[in-house]
Design a protein around this ligand. Structure first.
Ligand code: LMR
Length: 397
């Protein structure tokens, strides 16, 4: 049965992580996988997470099953984090939130749910998008249609082309949007562009589907939800998948959520029961630990404020690195203008070099980045920036 199976190519992002670990070069730099790193290059457990974990260890009295939807308290906190308290209240009878095994689990659960509701439904995804969107959504049976998004020449959003492509999206189609900190390009829609997308969704009847994995790492916890809130307050149906991997730094705990807003309370009940049925058939129920930690942080005033201040520090560090990196590149006399990196948001930007230059950076300089030239800005620090800038200058000229 399995005799003819051949090894597949390594995952474009996780494969880099493995290669980096095996590299003995003392100067190696990991700009690959999207994890936050501090100035020492470490990915620490956040203070509020450590404290909540200690309290949980001391207070937990049972590990019996929770259920396919996960913890109700976590789900409500996540809905409020995304929507804000007023909108969460306003949409209460129309919305359901499911705790999921990470954002990936949420994306797959959403895709299976969509495919069960409308087999083979079309989903429009930005070109480029996060590489794992394609198998997570496509392998569930959805038809992937790409819409133009990023102009590699001008380092800006191809908004007019995007909108004319999205005119093809009609009722029964979905449009995947990155809530903030676009992965991989870091170029986000501005408020006016979100409004135009909203207007088109209302006119054409497609269902927006927002993936928001970096809330708090762009402009702020509230600010990063502009698009989610705008659409949640206006379109009849909305799907939002969110992740706590990055903003709580709990990558391996697998904590995410799927939130669906429906047109009527009755359709919400049907939606929730179908999602529960699908979750039960895939993984039965999500892991508990990380979600309980998140719920504890969000419901405790002191923990929440400590979490927000550490998250603010992380965001400010990334934004500061963007400026520093651009200035250092310019000062090196490199032939290209990299100033666009300063205007982008979140962990990622494209360096804008070609695949062979990426290969040279990886193979000759041990600087690990994705083939598309996506870099994780958080991987830069005071100890490696000289080597990084020198190497880019040598490769780019
Ligand atoms: C990334 O894009 O690097 C992260 O979202 C990690 C992953 O799973 O790919």
């Amino acid at each position: 049965m399995f005799q003819n199976l051949k090894p597949l190519a390594a995952d474009p992002i996780l494969g880099l992580m493995a290669a980096y670990r095996l590299d003995n070069n003392a100067h190696k730099i990991d700009l690959g996988v999207g994890i936050y790193k501090d100035e020492t290059g470490a990915t620490p457990v956040m203070r509020a997470v450590k404290e909540a974990e200690a309290r949980l260890l001391a207070s937990q009295t049972s590990k019996s099953y929770v259920g396919p939807a996960g913890a109700a308290g976590y789900n409500e906190e996540i809905a409020q984090l995304l929507l804000g308290r007023d909108l969460a209240e306003k949409t209460k009878a129309l919305r359901c939130t499911f705790q999921t095994p990470g954002g990936c689990g949420g994306l797959r659960l959403a895709a299976e749910f969509i495919n069960a509701s409308k087999p083979g439904a079309r989903i429009f995804v930005s070109d480029p998008t996060w590489a794992n969107h394609i198998p997570l959504l496509g392998d569930a049976g959805l038809e992937i249609v790409k819409y133009p998004y990023y102009d590699y020449g001008t380092h800006s959003i191809r908004f007019d082309e995007m909108m004319s492509a999205l005119h093809q999206a009609k009722e029964g189609d979905l449009v995947l949007l990155h809530g903030c900190c676009h992965n991989p390009c870091g170029a986000d829609l501005n408020q006016e562009q979100w409004q135009q997308v909203r207007d088109l969704a209302l006119k054409n009847g497609f269902t927006p589907f927002i993936d928001i994995a970096y809330q708090g790492l762009g402009d702020g916890v509230e600010e990063d939800c502009y698009g989610v809130r705008l659409l949640a307050d206006s379109v009849p149906e909305l799907i939002v998948v969110s992740s706590c991997s990055k903003n709580f730094g709990i990558y391996r705990e697998r904590v995410g959520a799927l939130t669906v807003i429906c047109e009527t309370p009755a359709s919400m009940k049907g939606t929730a029961s179908l999602i529960a049925y699908i979750a039960r058939g895939i993984y039965s129920m999500p892991p508990d630990h990380g979600a309980t930690v998140v719920e504890m942080i969000l419901t405790d005033t002191a923990l929440r404020s400590d979490w927000e201040s550490e998250l603010t520090q992380m965001r400010e560090r990334i934004n500061g690195l963007r400026t520093q990196f651009v200035e250092r590149l310019a000062a090196s006399g490199v032939s290209r203008d990299f100033s666009f990196i300063q205007n982008e948001k979140g962990m990622f930007s494209f360096l804008g070099v070609d695949v062979s230059q990426v290969q040279t950076l990886v193979n000759d300089y041990s600087i690990y980045l994705v083939d598309s030239s996506r870099i994780n800005v958080a991987g830069i620090n005071d100890n490696n920036i000289d080597y990084l800038v020198d190497s880019i200058k040598k490769v780019v000229g």
